[in-house]
Design a protein. Structure first.
Length: 300
């Protein structure tokens, strides 16, 4: 049995891209990642080499038959176009969340990957953190009465990162993964241009008609932080449970999952559940954006 190798290319070398290059060059011993071989990276800036990795042109990356998969770590705005190019070239794709900045584009890309028989994998490291794994255990089997997830962070350039419901989709993913399907009951957004401040407030209902609130707040000097307040019939959870540090980095865990998919080691059920979750969150992000951008209703 010859071990199957997948040539990979990293597109975009920001923080995530550099982490990807590092992890591809140092795979975990006897993990699925050993089946990935870094061929090079693509960037608009000129680097030459990063460690042992060589810079190649986008054209080369798309044309080269030895490259089977692309890791897309560009800014959010260009994800859609980049995914499309690599799928069209017959490559598997790993992309950082959000995969696109509209639900329609996401559905089209997913369909395209399925038609071409290629893996389209969207990174969701927020589900892989020890903090989150503990939280999920804590919430399991409890009856929600109401809850709030409040995120604060530094200012983002929306032209590049998209509307907050998309750039902050990690929070939405948490809520759906913890509490099942949600419907948006209302969403508003406050912006103070002069202060570079933005606050989006979204109200959801669970399938059991319980209220959940998501607040995404960004401004200069705001610490990157998540606050939770989930109330259950058995009591409220206001702090994250204690969590150990993981010995395996988040990007590496994600890379192992992608490699497992390439090797056909992920069940159809898991793949279907993941597809539903990813596309559902993007559908909801779009609904939220529409609510926030509706002109104020004027009652005569």
């Amino acid at each position: 049995q010859i071990s199957k190798m997948f040539g990979t290319v990293v597109v975009g070398v920001g923080i995530a891209g550099l982490a990807r290059i590092r992890d591809l060059m140092n795979p975990m011993p006897s993990s699925p990642s050993e089946h990935l071989k870094l061929f090079g990276f693509v960037s608009r800036r000129s680097f030459g080499n990063i460690n042992e990795a060589k810079q190649i042109s986008l054209e080369d990356a798309l044309r080269n038959k030895d490259i089977h998969a692309a890791f897309i770590s560009t800014e959010n705005k260009s994800h859609e176009e980049t995914i499309r190019m690599f799928l069209e070239a017959g490559k598997h794709v790993l992309v950082e969340y959000p995969m696109a900045l509209s639900a329609k584009a996401a559905h089209e890309l997913w369909e395209m990957a399925e038609q071409k028989g290629k893996v389209l994998h969207v990174e969701h490291i927020e589900l892989l953190t020890e903090e989150y794994k503990q939280l999920k255990k804590e919430v399991a089997g409890k009856d929600l009465v109401k809850g709030t997830l409040h995120f604060t962070g530094h200012v983002l350039d929306e032209n590049k990162s998209g509307f907050p419901a998309f750039s902050g989709i990690a929070r939405l993913t948490w809520l759906i993964d913890l509490f099942g399907d949600l419907t948006v009951t209302s969403a508003t957004r406050e912006k103070q241009k002069d202060k570079n401040y933005s606050r989006m407030t979204v109200h959801f209902q669970t399938a059991n008609k319980k209220p959940l609130t998501w607040i995404e707040e960004r401004g200069p000097g705001m610490r990157r932080e998540k606050k939770i307040n989930f109330c259950f019939t058995s009591g409220c959870l206001e702090n994250f449970p204690e969590a150990p540090r993981s010995s395996v980095g988040l990007f590496m865990q994600d890379q192992n999952l992608f490699a497992k998919k390439l090797l056909g080691q992920v069940s159809k059920e898991e793949l279907a559940a993941e597809k539903w979750r990813i596309l559902r969150c993007l559908d909801l992000a779009e609904v939220i954006q529409q609510y926030c951008e509706e002109p104020e209703k004027i009652y005569s």
